[in-house]
Design a protein around this ligand. Structure first.
Ligand SMILES: [Zn+2]
Length: 424
């Protein structure tokens, strides 16, 4: 009973010498038809109430940006209860644990994010209307966390093995100014950084929507400084507001492609002290994004040049006898772009499973935790948690937990996890 999946896989390798290797379709079909997988399906059906209970419990532990500790602790205790090995919190606040594989195949990390966009004090009590659950964060990405727990339990109940260890992670800092700090730490500084060879992120709704490209972004706060002075008495001195205004006007006219989608925005402008003073300092916050690393780099370079030119023009146009205008762009956010090629085993695995469930996979480019592994050359995708959800990032956020839909989606997520784990 114990290693039925493994036996099926081993058999497929043994016969490889005589017969052509089974196709990806055949391997997935063999998995879905295996007695162990059927046992998993039965378990998922029996686990529905617990899944919903845990989803509600986790949603009701607030997890504002940079303040994920309480939820991290709750999730860590749940990982412990599932019997994972080496359950711990790292220095950045991520929590994780290992489920042992049968051999030393490369490590797969499966993650969902702990943080929500909602500030401290938000009412996170779950309201329930039949199978509809309503609360801020209930879908994004608390449902991903609850799915992680259900997957671990199901694999244990059906004794489904993977060839290598799987690291299950609840990570901090996915949203907004969190700037992917959790996954960055995990892959750049954490103790598993050199072992993780594939990343399966769970975030978003539809499971059949596979994110295999990361929208990159760069964010700057640019501070323009000058000597300042009286608006009347010191008239004629350089003015940082003019330099910034000139930079904004120039930047607003740069041309970017619609495909790959590339965008820019100046979202915040601030500065000055009074109407009758030449300001000593003004600032602007700038956001640029692209589906293409090359296009993002182009916008970034154009932007730097525009800022330099605008400063030079102001210093040439007015008097610098009390001091010159300077500009200091500080990088305040960076999501590196990246891509996992269609031909990569992780993309192929997800695609084959989704088709085996009679659905059509769609491949998207988005900004998720998977940006970081992609930018480091580690094959990664993001799949949804499967639950129909809506109004993410709003107080009216909701998700549905209809058992039939949930059972099918948890199976599909499980099959993707197992196929990905076996495909490297
Ligand atoms: Zn999310």
């Amino acid at each position: 009973m114990r290693n039925r999946l493994l036996t099926a896989l081993a058999l497929s390798f043994l016969t490889a010498a005589q017969a052509p290797a089974p196709s990806a379709d055949e391997r997935v079909r063999a998995l879905l038809d295996s007695p162990a997988f059927k046992q998993a399906v039965a378990f998922i059906q029996s686990d529905q109430d617990r899944f919903v209970r845990e989803l509600i419990a986790l949603t009701e532990v607030p997890s504002p940006p940079f303040k994920e500790q309480a939820r991290a602790k709750a999730f860590m205790e749940m990982l412990q209860r599932e019997g994972l090995h080496d359950v711990e919190m790292d220095a950045e606040g991520n929590v994780m644990g290992i489920r042992k594989g049968t051999g030393d195949a490369p490590l797969l990390a499966v993650n969902a994010h702990l943080d929500t966009v909602f500030p401290e004090g938000t009412d996170v009590k779950v309201k329930r209307d039949g199978t509809k659950l309503m609360a801020p964060g209930v879908g994004d990405d608390t449902r991903g966390l609850a799915l992680v727990l259900a997957l671990i339990r199901t694999m244990d109940a059906a004794k489904l093995q993977t060839p290598g260890d799987v690291l299950f992670v609840g990570n901090v800092g996915e949203e907004g100014e969190g700037d992917l700090r959790g996954i960055k730490f995990l892959l750049q500084r954490g103790k598993y950084k050199d072992r993780i060879k594939q990343v399966l992120a769970i975030d978003g709704d539809a499971l059949e929507s596979v994110t295999r490209g990361g929208v990159g972004s760069r964010r700057y706060r640019v501070s323009f400084k000058g000597p300042g002075g009286h608006s009347y008495g010191a008239f004629g001195l350089v003015n940082p507001a003019y330099a910034m205004g000139n930079a904004i006007a120039k930047f607003s006219r740069i041309e970017v492609p619609t495909t790959p989608k590339t965008t820019y925005n100046i979202g915040v402008v601030a500065g000055g002290t009074s109407i009758n003073s030449i300001p000593a300092e003004v600032t602007m916050d700038v956001d640029m994004r692209s589906q293409s690393c090359a296009e993002l780099k182009k916008v970034d370079e154009e932007f730097s040049k525009i800022v330099r030119d605008a400063v030079d023009e102001e210093n040439r146009t007015r008097s610098t006898k009390e001091g010159v205008i300077t500009a200091d762009p500080k990088l305040i956010g960076e999501r590196p772009c990246g891509e996992t090629a269609m031909s990569t085993p992780i993309v192929q695995a997800a695609s084959t499973v989704i088709k085996a469930f009679g659905k059509t996979p769609t491949f998207t480019i988005s900004s998720t935790d998977a940006n970081i592994p992609m930018s480091l050359g580690i094959p990664a995708i993001t799949i949804g948690h499967g639950g129909p959800s809506g109004r993410a990032h709003s107080p009216d956020e909701w998700t549905r937990v209809d058992p039939a839909v949930n059972v099918e989606n948890t199976q599909m997520a499980l099959a993707i996890l197992l196929t990905v784990a076996g495909s490297q």
